[in-house]
Structures are given as structure tokens and as C-alpha cells.
Ligand binder design. Structure first.
Ligand SMILES: *Cc1c(COP(=O)(O)O)cnc(C)c1O
Length: 348
């Protein structure tokens, strides 16, 4: 095998969607498909989610929305978190996207550029990232509500910490801005779904949980990443491996060089911390992760592997992320474009 292979289990993704949909109770589960479905390939993954029953999709910006529309065809609603940015009117109109308007300026822009076109409204309930502040909302609420928004939403900053007081504070702020409007509401991503029914409202927005990541602890694993062994060498004790001579063999060692590195999203911070797997056996990375390769100590293996797995059943995105001092979201979305992508399953 010459190329590293990223295997993506579409059935695991749809199983995770169904599980998060069940956990969403009476609320409808949407699907967050921004950043190319967290790096897993929106053109394949979004249709699998639609086939499983997802009807409301969420992206970060309008051009992503247009790609999702091409993948899904007419029918599903596609909401854009960035709202209506300057220059986006054509793509929003053409692809039939629903911008989540974030400010009075966006509201004015949307009305002027696409009068009568669907929209939603995003509120800042305390995260201070995107959305209308309470005073903004007072200024436009009568007009905006009269125009019939499709969805009112906000986003939680600390939902992956169930005990954090910020959750209740944001819930109260969101209710204060949206109670009594009669419009469909959405507050929770994966973490918020797990906070329970108070946080569900009408529509939930799971992302990372679909793709097998924390905080959805019961997620089915979605990805396997198998790296090809380019070369194996025997080295005596005292020799070093990789840039900067950061690793020295303490015994005669067998070193495999794998064909992927930080240009493939396997960040240099994994140096000296991560491991790869040969079946059930872990093997430590040795030496610095290079741009296109990394070294592994395979001295203790009985056989000579052709590939080693850096993501798989024994080591998911969160485990690998923890070793590298980051989060599963970053590991997934950083996975590069040099992998052969193999999709398994899918409802089609
Ligand atoms: C990314 C994002 C989501 C999905 O979050 P996960 O933690 O991946 O489930 C939902 N809503 C907004 C506004 C987002 O930016």
C-alpha cells in the first residue's frame, strides 16, 4: 500500500445521528456539516445523513452551504452560521440557503439584497462570538419577527462541562430574548444535547458527536487512519532517529518510517507522545514528526507490518488529541488531503 488510507464508516455516522436524535427527545436533530463535515468529506457524508433522515443542515459560511446544496439537492434546509456577509447575496439566493443573521447590519443587508428570502436569527447569549446582543434585538425585533424568521438560535460556550454555571446563565439569556416569539428555536450542539431536555428546544445541532468525538462518550467510532510503512531499518543502541536527534535508541532497535506527517494533519506536537497500532499492539512514535513521515519503534513486534494505524478502534480522535495536547475536533478537521479516502456503508 503506497498511500495512507483514511477509512470513514458512514454507518457509524448515521448510527451516531440516530442516537443523538433520540437523545434530543422531542426536538428534531439537525446535522452540522461545516468544514467539509469536520474533514470527512461533505459530498459523501451529508447525503448519508440526509438518507438517515436529517432535514436541517448547518454550515459555517455560504460557500460551504452551496456545496452542501449540490450534494443534497432541493429540499433540506441549510442554515449558515456566519449569516449574510457582504457579497454573499448571490450564493445565498442561488443555493437557497438560510443565513442566521447576526447583527442589525446583516438584517439590513439581507432585507435590501434578498427581500422575502428566508432567514434565521442568531443571538449572543454570553459567548461573545456571534449573534445579536439584547439591545440589537430590541432595535429590530418587531420588524424581523414580522418577516417570519425560520429559526432562532444561540450557542453554548461550556456545554461540554455539564456542571458549569455558564450553561444555566446562557439558557436564561436565550429564553429572555426568545420566549413568546412562537418561532422554532435551537440552542444545543452535541454537548448541549447531553445537558437534557431544558436545552433541547425545537432543533438540535450535533456536529462532533456525529463524527465520533467527545463529549458524546457513546459515539460509535467513525475513522480509521492506516499509515504505510515506507522503510524498516535496524539500528544499534546509541543511534538517533529524526530531526534534532531527539530520540536515542537504548537498545538495538527496529525502526519503521511511516508515510504521513504534519502536512497530513498529524501535528508535530504528537512527537514523543503518540503511538500507533499494529492490531492490538501499540508502538511508540520515536523522533520528531516530520512533514511527510514519522518514525516508530517496532522492535517488539513479532512480524513486519505493512501499515500501522494512528486512528482506529484502540485510539480514537480524542485519545490521539489528548496525547498531542489538543481536542478531537482539531485532529479531525486537520486531516489532510493526501489520504486515499475509503467510505464504508451508507444507506444508498
Ligand atoms: C460547530 C457548531 C455546532 C456543532 O458543535 P459540536 O460541538 O461539534 O456538536 C453547533 N452550533 C454552532 C453555532 C457551531 O459553531
Amino acid at each position: 500500500m503506497a498511500q495512507a488510507v483514511l477509512s470513514i464508516d458512514l454507518d457509524a455516522i448515521t448510527r451516531n445521528w440516530r442516537a443523538l436524535s433520540a437523545l434530543s427527545g422531542a426536538a428534531e436533530a439537525g446535522a452540522v456539516v461545516k468544514a467539509d463535515c469536520y474533514g470527512l468529506g461533505a459530498g459523501t457524508v451529508a447525503p448519508a445523513l440526509a438518507a438517515a433522515g436529517a432535514r436541517r443542515f448547518f454550515v459555517a459560511e455560504a460557500h460551504e452551504g452551496a456545496a452542501i446544496r449540490r450534494a443534497l439537492g432541493a429540499g433540506p434546509e441549510i442554515f449558515v452560521f456566519a449569516g449574510h456577509m457582504a457579497g454573499d447575496a448571490w450564493v445565498i439566493g442561488d443555493a437557497g440557503l438560510i443565513p442566521m443573521l447576526n447583527s442589525p447590519d446583516q438584517w439590513a443587508r439581507h432585507r435590501a439584497a434578498l427581500p422575502g428570502h428566508a432567514f434565521g436569527l442568531q443571538f449572543d447569549s454570553g459567548m461573545n462570538r456571534l449573534g445579536l446582543e439584547a439591545a440589537d434585538w430590541r432595535a429590530i425585533s418587531a420588524e424581523a419577527l414580522a418577516a417570519g424568521p425560520r429559526l432562532l438560535m444561540s450557542h453554548l460556550a461550556c456545554a461540554d462541562e455539564p456542571g458549569h454555571e455558564m450553561n444555566a446563565r446562557q439558557l436564561a439569556a436565550f429564553r429572555a430574548m426568545t420566549d413568546g416569539t412562537g418561532v422554532a428555536r435551537s440552542l444545543s450542539a452535541t454537548g448541549g444535547i447531553l445537558l437534557g431536555p431544558d436545552y433541547h428546544f425545537d432543533v438540535t445541532r450535533p456536529g462532533i458527536g456525529l463524527y465520533g468525538g467527545a463529549p458524546f462518550a457513546d459515539a460509535a467510532p467513525v475513522v480509521r487512519l492506516s499509515l504505510p510503512v515506507i522503510q524498516i531499518r535496524e539500528i544499534p543502541a546509541g543511534e538517533t532517529v529524526g530531526y534534532g536527534n531527539t530520540w536515542t535508541a537504548s537498545r538495538p532497535s527496529r525502526i519503521a518510517t511511516l508515510g504521513a506527517g504534519y502536512a497530513d494533519g498529524l501535528i508535530r506536537a504528537m512527537t514523543g507522545k503518540a503511538q500507533v497500532w499494529h492490531g492490538d499492539t501499540p508502538c511508540p512514535l520515536v523522533g520528531r514528526v516530520s512533514m511527510d513521515s514519522m518514525g516508530v519503534d517496532v522492535t517488539d513486534l513479532a512480524d513486519t507490518p505493512e501499515t500501522l494505524d494512528i486512528l482506529g478502534p484502540h485510539q480514537g480522535v480524542d485519545a490521539l488529541a489528548t496525547m498531542a495536547g489538543t481536542i478531537g475536533y482539531e485532529v479531525l478537521t486537520a486531516l489532510g488531503h493526501r489520504y486515499a479516502r475509503h467510505y464504508r456503508g451508507g444507506a444508498a
